[in-house]
Design a protein around this ligand. Sequence first.
Ligand code: B12
Ligand code: SF4
Length: 604
Amino acid sequence: MLQGPVADVIPSTDEFEMYPVGLTSLAAYLERNSYNVRIVNLAYRMLNDAHFDPERSVTRLTSRVFGIDLHWLPHANGALALAKLIKRVHPDAQVLMGGLSSTYYHEELIRYPFVDLVLRGDSTEEPCRQLLHALRSGASLDTVENLTWKRGDGSVVVNPTSFIPDNLDYVDVPDYRYVLRSVFKYRSLRDMVPYLEWLRYPSTMILNARGCTLDCAICGGSASAYALFCNRSRPAFRSPEKLIQDIRTIRSFTGSPIFMVHDPRMGGDARADDFFDLLSKERLSNEFVFELFYPADTAFFEMVQRSVPAWSLQVTIETQDERLRENNGKFVCSNEEVEQTLAQALSHGCRKLDMFFMVGVPDQSAASAMQIIDYCEHLVLRFKADPCLHFFVAPLGPFLDPGSRAFEDPKLGYKHLHTTLEEHRQALLEPSWRDVLSNESDVMNRDEIVETSYALADQLNELKFRNGLIGPAAHELVAGHLKAAHEAIAVMGLSSQPHQSRQAAALAALQGELAAANTGSMNDEDEMKWQPSGGIHLSLTLLRGLGSGFIHELVQTGRRLEGRYDGAVCTPSAPGHGPPALPMFPSIEKDVPAPPSALSVEAP
Ligand code: B12
Ligand code: SF4
């Protein structure tokens, strides 16, 4: 199938094999409460080994509950196929789904006969424990927070979304210690690998918050999206102290780059100051990668430069058109302010500055999208072809995020080609990404999105090569992949609807071209990478951590044998729990006081 360039700017392949980081915190929380939890990344296993048999592997697993993530909508077909398979081979087990897409589509999802339970919300650690406790003790599921479930007669029950923690300190997310422990516990590193290239090029992340203060029109993780389907009125932040602990854990096993999800200033300037202050006291060798959601000044970059030995930046402005940026809601400022920010970053030691643009933002015509090239050329001239500056462009796809303003509000000008979960699942079976795309707008249809994306990729490749920003090998690689994409499109026609049987034969003959067309047709994937790291290493801290993990495991096994579960429960302490409402969608929280700690941990 021609998957297209929809995964060219993320670490995973076009199969989207990555699992949500929160699975590690979910697993760790449940293990703290004595439940055995094993993560298996089937997608990675299948990509890594052509002989791997997922059915056999799943059949061999024994569990009363199988959790499947349907967090990202591009997983709709795979996640549902897996749910069906599990129900077939383990008819007595419960099939549980979770993640942002599951939350949005919970009522449709629960109606599939092979789905028993859906846990909704952005934080499911404690609801999942409540669920396991109820299943184990035979108690009613009525009180399990955030749960959608079916009664014996098939009627659907939607329990309230009441577990909405107001900070992220009650769990470690990601919980790398759980990952390391399970490698030993289940004697399998392969099950836990997040994406195909990870062992060769590991990168790690820390999560600033669940939720976002911005409200970008195309984002299903925006402030209004979380309010709509996660019942969240403000993000749950992770405290600077906890972020530093996460960084120490990462440092104990790798010198790889650490990507901080979300602008470090998102929880207010004071929180960012505290974080960088603490960071400056750590003796780190890892490179840091930060995102910016709005312009930054000299003081910010001085702080970053003081705090870390090496750092890079990701700046996603989506479009050069200031009006379109205002419509979308990120980098709502002039191009001059964007460029001042770039200049400051580069003069304060930023090693690699990645700028991201998109084809398909609201009200963007094909002509406007093509002007991205003119703007990149302007930046190349202004910054004298600075080799630290990298440009990337990607189409909005494969789907418009459900829950985003662009999805929910017809005024933003999108025409939905698939709306329900089942329609999205069916679309994923189409042979060409053109037909997978879920949206076209009043000003750009799907054919134009495909053509414009490839035309932009071609011109950007030439621009980078002409100005010495990429070498001949990268230039040729991208050009080759683009040629393969054009050949595949020529065989299929832009639309894959007519002549499907003829196409199937022609496509079978095109396997090599398709493989090339599905990777790195917008850019050379190596251009995305930060400085090479030393891979995984063993440190004293890591060994100590593994040692205490081993003791912890022995204690938990003892508890399980005695039937003592649920000994480390986190419950919101305040009645009417959940974060206090903020005025809706402040663009950035300036100096928001640290959220009160609303979660308490009961001693085991
Ligand atoms: C960080 C991030 C990434 C990281 C991935 C990090 C990771 N491994 O989790 C990167 C940059 C790699 C990424 C990639 C993509 N992303 Co992204 N990403 C985000 C971002 C900015 C934050 C995510 C976050 O806060 N997670 C925290 C919470 C919500 O999830 P969590 O802790 O991992 O898991 C908890 C719950 O979700 C739930 N849960 C999850 N799975 C399961 C399973 C079960 C059984 C249960 C019970 C519960 C459960 O419980 C967990 C523990 O409490 C959001 C935007 C946002 N503000 O939300 C977009 C977002 C999630 N991404 C999105 C998209 C579309 C993608 C891509 C498909 C983009 C693309 N075309 O390439 C890819 C897919 C990658 C893949 N699978 O290979 C959309 C999803 C919309 C949708 N409904 O499909 C979002 C909402 C916005 C966006 N457009 O970027 N992403
Ligand atoms: S900044 Fe915009 S795109 Fe990024 S998570 Fe927040 S709302 Fe989504």
